[in-house]
Design a binder for this molecule. Structure first.
Ligand SMILES: Nc1ncnc2c1ncn2[C@@H]1O[C@H](COP(=O)(O)OP(=O)(O)O)[C@@H](O)[C@H]1O
Ligand SMILES: N[C@@H](CCC(=O)OP(=O)(O)O)C(=O)O
Length: 380
């Protein structure tokens, strides 16, 4: 009988593969053997019928070597300049490597705010779909040159999760410099053990992981777990595996079990709900009582004013706003039908009392269930 992970690999048609800086690096520059090996495996998988989107870190690593710097500079403009130099070299090496197998690559550099806006989000999806139709390999990285804190994806683990959601992928593969997730940071604990299967990401799983990356990485294991949590919630499985292991991608698709597999929720989330839940940047927070939380989480209801106990932040109609329960757990995000000042006035009221309070009642719901995405961990 096939295991769940074998079934996921067998049935996957559209896959996102992400590779981290440490795997791609050798002697402080790009490891061309790894570039060549990963490119060959990706081409083989595409030729076998898979649609594949590739997210590659490594611009900073490539830039350091080219400029002759011993390590990452601390100043942001210098880091951005290093990444700008390195990205050109990175994509050139991929062009050369993929060309050997008759494939073209396309460079896609994204910022967080590019995907926060629905129109740009859909544009990015259309472009990527066209490239996949043309059998051209999209090679995606964060646009480090312009990415300041407010518009950053932050790390490519998160970016790869956003791409998996954007493209409605069947699987996300995260290739790093270690076999997978260990139950403690293996750099500090010799007795750390590999976890090969995570059926559900609870808070204890996040505790296993350190947020300290390797010399060139960003975010360490913690950002990978956060990425897994997002895609799993949306119904997409994820695997963390060692990118330098010989033919790792081909072996995974041949049914071999390597790395750590994160089991997704059974139900796939609709693409628009993924965008609301994971991609847009929330503009405020609404606290709700237990009754409202139950109605939303268990019975798929909309959020009505009567269940609202507090509003944080200033936001307009249509804004994405998070909502949390009485104990402070964030349960999800939704697009609001009223602005923050109006919600403050009508919170705690029955829907029949909205008109008297505001002078009009355009909607019964503060967040309609069609515009509401449940992403918190308290919903099974
Ligand atoms: N619990 C853990 N299990 C596995 N690796 C861990 C854990 N905690 C921290 N790490 C470290 O995280 C590193 C991978 O993260 P990072 O350097 O950001 O990689 P990448 O460049 O591939 O994104 C590993 O080299 C490992 O030392
Ligand atoms: N955009 C950066 C990579 C940022 C990043 O998340 O790196 P990593 O943790 O190695 O995947 C670069 O290309 O150097």
């Amino acid at each position: 009988m096939k295991t769940i992970r074998q079934t996921c690999f067998k049935s996957a048609k559209r896959v996102v593969v992400k590779i981290g800086s440490n795997v791609l690096t050798k002697d402080n520059g790009l490891n061309l053997e790894v570039v060549s090996s990963i490119s060959r495996q990706i081409c083989q998988l595409i030729d076998s019928g898979l649609e594949l989107v590739f997210v590659s870190s490594g611009a900073m690593a490539a830039g350091l070597k080219k400029i002759g710097l011993p390590r990452r500079p601390d100043e942001i403009p210098k880091r951005q300049a290093v990444a700008a130099v390195g990205q050109a070299g990175l994509i050139m090496e991929y062009e050369k490597a993929f060309e050997q197998y008759g494939k073209k690559v396309a460079q896609i550099l994204l910022t967080g705010d590019g995907l926060h806006q629905r129109k740009r989000y859909l544009n990015a999806r259309n472009t990527l779909n066209t490239l996949l139709d043309w059998k051209i390999v999209p090679v995606i990285n964060e646009n480090d040159t312009v990415s300041v804190e407010e518009i950053k994806f932050g790390d490519n683990d998160n970016l790869s999760a956003m791409i998996a959601l954007l493209m409605d992928a069947d699987l996300l593969i995260n290739l790093t410099d270690i076999d997978g997730l260990y139950n403690k940071d293996p750099r500090k604990n010799q007795d750390a053990e590999l976890i090969s299967f995570v059926s559900s990401i609870r808070k204890d799983i996040e505790k296993f992981a350190s947020d300290i990356p390797g010399t060139l990485g960003t975010g360490g294991m913690l950002t990978k777990i956060k990425a897994a949590r997002k895609v799993n919630t949306a119904g997409i499985p994820m695997i963390i595996a060692k990118g330098s292991k010989k033919d790792i991608l081909l072996r995974l698709f041949a049914g071999e079990e390597h790395g750590t597999f994160f089991v997704p929720k059974k139900q796939k989330m609709a693409n628009r709900k993924c965008w609301i839940g994971f991609t847009v940047k929330p503009k405020g927070m609404i606290s709700i009582d237990d009754g409202a939380a139950r109605a939303i989480l268990n019975n798929g209801k909309s959020l009505l004013p009567i269940g609202i106990t507090n509003v944080e932040g200033e936001f307009g109609i249509g804004s994405p706003v998070e909502f949390k329960n009485g104990t402070g757990d964030v349960l999800g995000t939704g697009l609001v039908n009223y602005n923050s000042a109006e919600i403050r006035k009508i919170m705690g009221l029955k829907t029949s009392e909205i008109k008297e309070c505001l002078g009009e009642k355009p909607y019964d719901e503060v967040i309609h269930r069609d515009n509401l995405s449940i992403t918190g961990e308290c919903f099974d």
